[in-house]
Design a protein around this ligand. Structure first.
Ligand SMILES: NC(=O)c1ccc[n+]([C@@H]2O[C@H](COP(=O)([O-])OP(=O)(O)OC[C@H]3O[C@@H](n4cnc5c(N)ncnc54)[C@H](O)[C@@H]3O)[C@@H](O)[C@H]2O)c1
Length: 247
């Protein structure tokens, strides 16, 4: 099967974790994928693992200058992009009373402003082709509230849902869909760095399917939402959480 043959995709924060798994799955399905990460060494290593269909597009998605340089790379190599996966993100487990303005702004820029900047840069290419897929990584905490992470993290992920629904309305006439995935708890470095071991055990016990998600579980859902099979789905949020939260 090659569901994405001929498609060109940008995955932000694809140097490791969920973004890497999404890029790997897209390449398996025939796409060419630009691997973005703020960590250049990590991006280069990912490209080396993924082979000839991967393009290295490092840069900081939280700034206009960073995003401009990513799109310069893409425009030079490909002249456009069909699919954007807004995956780059970060968390810091801080209670509100210990959070200052700089930390709030830093994280909102990485997790939410980036989605605006990257998506806006991709839209002209998509509008020209009358085809596009914008998929953004939200989180279970957008609706449930943060379990262990920061209040800014949960707020940024809730913001992604509003962004996605509005984008879906504004871009439908251009053949562009916009959707979000809300993962539960995924076994990546982000979680390993932020979650105490006893909490992990407690959460695993509360997930009906009995385990944290693997990055590949999220990647398979992402593939569906960017494929032609999902052409009538827009403005949606797909929960991929093992039944941990059922709305
Ligand atoms: N792991 C989970 O349990 C979980 C749950 C729900 C949602 N998510 C979301 O999924 C996405 C991926 O999470 P993950 O667990 O794979 O995280 P991760 O920390 O393993 O990987 C994130 C990658 O993004 C990169 N990155 C960070 N800031 C960047 C920036 N400014 N510009 C470019 N790249 C940047 C990092 O270098 C890293 O390689 C995030 O948006 C996260 O919020 C994760």
């Amino acid at each position: 099967m090659a569901r994405l043959l001929g498609r060109r995709a940008l995955v932000t924060g694809a140097g490791r974790g969920i973004g890497f798994a999404i890029a790997e799955a897209m390449i398996r399905e025939g796409a060419e994928v630009a691997i973005n990460d703020i960590d250049v060494v990590r991006a280069e290593a990912a490209v080396a693992r993924l082979g000839g269909k991967a393009l290295c597009a490092p840069g900081d998605v939280s700034t206009g200058a960073g995003v401009a340089s990513i799109f310069e790379t893409i425009a030079t190599a490909w002249g456009g992009v069909d699919i954007v996966v807004n995956n780059a993100g970060a968390d810091k487990a801080l209670p509100i009373l210990e959070m200052d303005e700089a930390e709030w702004d830093r994280l909102m820029a990485i997790n939410l402003k980036s989605v605006f900047l990257v998506t806006k840069s991709a839209l002209p290419f998509m509008i020209e082709k009358h085809y596009g897929r914008v998929l953004s990584l939200a989180s279970i905490v957008a609706r449930q509230g943060a379990l262990n992470g920061g209040i800014h993290y949960a707020t940024s992920k809730a913001g992604i849902l509003g962004f996605t629904r509005t984008l879906a309305r504004q871009m439908a006439k251009h053949g562009i869909t916009a959707n979000a995935i809300a993962p539960g708890v995924v076994d990546t470095d982000l979680v390993r760095d932020n979650m105490p071991a006893e909490m992990r055990v407690r959460i695993e016990g509360a997930i009906p399917l009995g385990a944290l998600a693997e990055p590949g579980n999220i990647a398979e859902a992402a593939l569906f939402l960017v494929s032609d099979e999902a052409s009538y789905i827009t403005g949606a949020t797909l929960d991929v959480n093992g039944g941990f939260w059922m709305g």
